[in-house]
Design a protein around this ligand. Sequence first.
Ligand SMILES: *[C@@H]1O[C@H](CO)[C@@H](O)[C@H](O)[C@H]1NC(C)=O
Ligand SMILES: *[C@@H]1O[C@H](CO)[C@@H](O)[C@H](O)[C@H]1NC(C)=O
Ligand SMILES: *[C@@H]1O[C@H](CO)[C@@H](O)[C@H](O)[C@H]1NC(C)=O
Length: 159
Amino acid sequence: MATQFLVVAFVVLFSASSRRADTLNNTPLRSSCSGNYSTGNSIIRANIDTLFSSLNSRSPFSNFYNITAGNGTDTVYGLYMCEGDLSSDDCRSCIGAATSDILEQCPSSRQGIIWYDYCHLRFADQNFFGIMDSRGFPMINPSLRSTIRSCLSRFYLDL
Ligand SMILES: *[C@@H]1O[C@H](CO)[C@@H](O)[C@H](O)[C@H]1NC(C)=O
Ligand SMILES: *[C@@H]1O[C@H](CO)[C@@H](O)[C@H](O)[C@H]1NC(C)=O
Ligand SMILES: *[C@@H]1O[C@H](CO)[C@@H](O)[C@H](O)[C@H]1NC(C)=O
């Protein structure tokens, strides 16, 4: 709780400072998966693949997109969001990482969400469009993250 408060305080304090990292780090910050489909269910998997391929082909042109794939009970819903001022190249590469990492982290999941510094992607077998997701977590200003990281590593080295 205290840590979360500190993080929020830092974000508020530093959000005005320059936030673009020198090179974008497409390492997932966090992911969350739920509900497995049976490994024999090739339809939902095919729909997820179609969904991700649509999201990937859209990402160079838009920083936000939502779409569905499939029909009936196997319909899957997906969306991504890139930070508003992310370049189209960086959005494309972030979503490219997201669609591949989420399949690694959430294999055979009916629902999954993955967060990065500059984008996030979510899919589900239920319609969540326009529904507020309360499972957020505190995001740290990326330029600040490296500062915290180097402070922490110095701290651990000193131990
Ligand atoms: C889903 O599958 C993964 C790995 O196959 C397993 O670790 C996990 O416990 C399963 N979750 C549910 C809710 O069945
Ligand atoms: C995207 O989401 C909105 C609701 O927020 C919905 O009205 C729209 O149909 C969705 N677009 C697609 C392609 O599913
Ligand atoms: C669902 O999609 C499949 C493949 O795209 C198609 O063959 C089928 O006719 C569709 N079913 C309905 C009810 O639209």
